[in-house]
Design a protein around this ligand. Structure first.
Ligand code: HEM
Length: 206
């Protein structure tokens, strides 16, 4: 009797392994396929956005006219942010411009760099809905970036983003932090009353 029970157990265990194994192999294939697609997309985005280059060479950029870390001139009344950034080589300036064109294009086409980060999502919302514009000019090693907002809420977002670019990106080459808390603080401010519901819906969809 014991012998028969043991045999039944072995056979059913074997069957269960085969069934589970078959089920897994197709879902594992799907997961693998998805991972590979994501890796390809991420690699494309990395090479086209020049973000790894900027991270590695962050210390080769300075404030125009002195050796300090680039930081923008902010004008809260005009709702504008202006940067003049000096690269240490023509290549450095060109790659920064390529980064900017890639990001501007991505935002204008409803894309989301760093979709986990509410500050970047909020900036994408503002750009896509024409609450601010960005202009970029390059002359040899000098890059001039101007951002002009039309609402106080959009200005707060581009100002917060510029603090991140200056403080963490240029100063440290550190791109791993999440700035969602900054976005939440801006979003609850009265400057954003008109767009709050719409921004919240946008963020939760992404
Ligand atoms: C996680 C990596 C990064 C992402 C997702 C990213 C994304 C962006 C986005 C979305 C913009 C705004 C474009 C616009 O508003 O029209 C921007 C602007 C800019 N980025 Fe990056 N960036 C990254 C890393 C870096 C690094 C490492 C540097 C330099 C060391 C850098 C320098 C700049 C500059 C100078 C601007 C223009 C100024 C501004 O928007 O305030 N970025 N980037």
């Amino acid at each position: 009797m014991m012998y028969i029970l043991e045999k039944m157990f072995t056979v059913s265990t074997l069957l269960a392994f085969i069934l589970v194994g078959c089920g897994n192999s197709s879902s594992q294939k799907e997961t693998k396929k998805l991972q590979m697609t994501e890796e390809i997309n991420n690699n494309d985005e990395d090479s086209e956005s020049y973000t790894p280059y900027l991270k590695e060479h962050h210390a080769n950029y300075s404030q125009d006219g002195n050796s300090m870390t680039p930081s923008p001139t902010k004008d809260v009344n005009a709702k504008s942010i202006d940067w003049t950034i000096r690269a240490s080589s023509n290549e450095g300036a060109e790659n920064l411009v390529k980064h900017l064109h890639f990001m501007i294009n991505k935002l204008e086409n409803n894309g989301n760099p760093r979709p986990f980060d509410k500050l970047f999502l909020m900036e994408a919302y503002m750009k896509y809905n024409h609450y601010y514009i960005t202009t970029v000019e390059q002359s040899a090693t000098s890059v001039v970036v101007s951002k002009q907002a039309i609402t106080d809420c959009a200005y707060k977002v581009i100002a917060a983003h510029s603090d991140v670019v200056s403080g963490d990106f240029f100063a440290q080459g550190d791109i791993k932090n999440d700035y969602s808390l900054k976005a939440e603080t801006i979003l609850v401010s009265s400057a954003c009353d008109d767009v709050r519901t719409s921004v919240e819906a946008y963020i939760s969809q992404r």
